[in-house]
Design a protein around this ligand. Structure first.
Ligand SMILES: [Zn+2]
Length: 290
């Protein structure tokens, strides 16, 4: 089965690591028919960064990796940068909560500059730990989250949210946080969304669905904006812990084999939603490899 030439196939949230499979994983994605990756930064060393320089070198690694993926795997790769919200827990232990918050805020501002200078397309992942953490940290976690939305607002880019699975009330409170920080809710994305809600419960926030079996069929008829992602981790110590990077092109091919008319609806996650939330349209001018 060959995919339509003009249909981008996009993984909206993945991680790659220089010490992991790295560019090789992007080659597998391309060989399966994938064309575009949104590459979220991560800690590339076992230690959590405790200095701004630590985060700046992490962001530089992500940007360099995205360039290598484009050059060596012919996959367009969009960096998404921010200090990981979970880092705050370890940083608070080491530096104290206030200094930890200030470090994260400074790292967010550095990520915002990368967006303004065209080296990244969004601020992410931002939000809060997806698990229960110490109540005494809550005001600092919330302070960093608010500042993340201010930085994204000033850079004019989307903010990609990492937090626990949300129900309708959770989406409403995200939208409320956006409005108190004057961040446009239509640029807010909830990543790793696993259980589709009724369409009217997203409060204007764009869900990025984890590409588990059956999800594409379940949400395909929904209007934009929504995305598909694997959250691929590229961690050689945890093979198979998450979805493989070739998952989305494989699911797209399987769907089109059963229903060739689905190609038009696939433009919602892969073209229309990116245009609506990010403000650009991914092109497939270089042609696909599979
Ligand atoms: Zn992630």
């Amino acid at each position: 089965m060959t995919l339509p030439d003009d249909l981008p196939v996009v993984d909206h949230h993945c991680h790659l690591a220089p010490r992991g499979e790295s560019v090789e994983a992007a080659r597998r994605f391309a060989a399966a028919g994938g064309t575009h990756l949104f590459l979220a930064t991560q800690n590339y060393t076992p230690e959590t960064p405790t200095t701004l320089a630590g985060y700046e070198s992490q962001f530089a690694t992500t940007i360099a990796l995205a360039e290598r993926v484009a050059k060596e795997a012919s996959v367009t790769c969009y960096p998404v940068l921010a200090p990981y919200p979970v880092d705050l827990i370890a940083q608070a232990k080491e530096l104290g909560p206030r200094a930890a918050m200030e470090l994260q805020c400074a790292a967010l501002e550095s990520a915002g500059r990368e967006v303004e200078e065209g080296r990244a397309v969004a601020i992410g992942e931002v939000g809060r730990p997806h698990f229960v953490y110490g109540e005494e940290l809550k005001e600092y976690v919330d302070g960093v989250f608010r500042h993340a939305l201010e930085v994204a607002r000033d850079a004019g880019c989307p903010a990609v949210v990492h937090c626990e699975e949300l129900d309708g009330g959770g989406f409403l409170s995200l939208a409320a946080l956006a409005s108190t920080t004057l961040f446009p809710v239509q640029k807010l994305v909830k990543h790793y969304h696993r259980h589709p809600l009724p369409q009217n419960e997203y409060a204007g926030v764009a869900p990025s669905y984890l590409a588990q079996r059956g999800i594409l069929e379940e949400v395909l008829d929904r209007p934009a904006p929504w995305f598909l992602e694997t959250d691929f981790l590229d961690d050689p110590r945890r093979p198979g812990a998450v979805l493989d990077l070739a998952t989305i092109p494989r699911r797209v091919k399987a769907l089109l084999e059963r229903d060739p008319t689905a190609a038009d609806r696939l433009r919602r996650p892969f073209c229309e939603s990116i245009e609506a939330v990010y403000g650009f349209r991914p092109d497939v001018a270089r042609g696909r490899q599979a």
